[in-house]
Design a protein. Structure first.
Length: 202
């Protein structure tokens, strides 16, 4: 087993519930249920979301109030603790630093690489800043360029790049459509099974 492995995990849908779905339910705005499982074009999705927030006069504090009540998925912290005791792990997410902090605290402060929001003085979200184009795939390639073997896991369209570029990659609690479109990718529903597959890949 090489010590130069690093496991790259998606956040929402894998370790924590989808933030936008939770906010959709809290705000009573069903359109906000749309995620990267439904829309592969992240920029298009975010521009659409920001438009809906403006239309309803909702700002960052409104979303943060919902996030404060979100807990990790059952078993997620134990899985992450067991994984980090075995090998190195990093969370690669298209979420934002302003959203993620309370969730990282509940997960025991794992390393998170994500994006940032631009917030106007009135608290409205004016724009967002992507760390780098195709951030998950770009980060996996960067880790590989400095000598790491990567193992990747996610549930959405925007995870497929990093999954396919890694020495081993897995879908976790993904959609039936994504699983049908990628029959060669092992797909798991249970944290114990995912942990066993990652350990086998190490």
């Amino acid at each position: 087993m090489s010590d130069l492995n690093i496991v790259c995990l998606d956040l929402e849908g894998v370790l924590v519930p989808e933030i936008w779905i939770a906010f959709s339910e809290a705000s009573g705005i069903p359109e906000l249920r749309r995620t990267t499982r439904d829309e592969p074009d992240y920029d298009k999705l975010m521009r659409w979301r920001l438009g809906i927030l403006r239309e309803h006069g909702l700002g960052l504090k409104d979303i943060q109030a919902t996030i404060a009540k979100i807990d990790p998925l059952p078993g997620a912290k134990a899985f992450l603790d067991a994984l980090r005791a075995t090998t190195q792990a990093v969370i690669l997410s298209d979420t934002f630093t302003q959203f993620a902090k309370p969730l990282m605290e509940k997960l025991g402060w794992p390393t998170l690489l994500c994006n940032a929001l631009e917030v106007a003085p009135d608290g409205m979200i004016s724009d967002y800043k992507i760390r780098i184009a195709q951030s998950k795939l770009s980060t996996v390639k960067a880790l590989q360029s400095v000598g790491f073997d990567t193992i990747a896991c996610g549930d959405s369209y925007n995870d497929l790049g990093m999954i396919c570029a890694s020495k081993a990659g897995f879908l976790f609690r993904s959609t039936e459509q994504i699983k049908r479109d990628n029959p060669d990718l092992p797909a798991f529903e249970d944290f114990d099974d995912l942990l066993a597959a990652i350990r086998a890949a190490l």
